[in-house]
Design a protein around this ligand. Structure first.
Ligand SMILES: [Mg+2]
Length: 123
């Protein structure tokens, strides 16, 4: 049974908002990463146990789009939600072409975020 949600965002604030929101809705198995490279390492380590990825688009070391490409090389099916801003819309198309499943525009409301998460976690 896949249980982890892997969150990658270079912003401490966004990371903790996402984590707190998930915990509020009783998603307690969370792995956090501070940039794309950190996320890739953690994705590989836990690849058989990850139910959902949540990736920021703009991160140091490795951006979210490159991260999607790298993860899709060994995991073609687990949903990937991108965290993006209004101005990143062109990048979203690129992310989708590379295998991202959906996206959430920042800033977001907790209940809307959870609705998207639940949509992609459903079998
Ligand atoms: Mg960022």
């Amino acid at each position: 049974m896949k249980k982890y949600i892997l969150i990658a965002d270079d912003s401490d604030v966004i990371r903790s908002i996402v984590e707190q929101t998930l915990r509020l809705y009783h998603y307690d198995n969370i792995i956090t990463a501070i940039d794309g490279q950190d996320a890739l390492g953690k994705a590989k380590e836990n690849k058989n146990d990850i139910a959902l990825y949540v990736f920021d688009v703009n991160m140091p070391k490795m951006d979210g789009i490159s991260l999607v490409k790298e993860v899709r090389a060994f995991d073609s099916t687990t949903p990937i939600i991108m965290l993006t801003t209004e101005t990143d819309k062109a990048k979203m198309m690129t992310a989708r072409d590379n295998g991202a499943t959906g996206w959430i525009i920042k800033p977001f409301q907790g209940d809307k975020f959870i609705r998207v998460v639940e949509m992609y976690l459903k079998p």
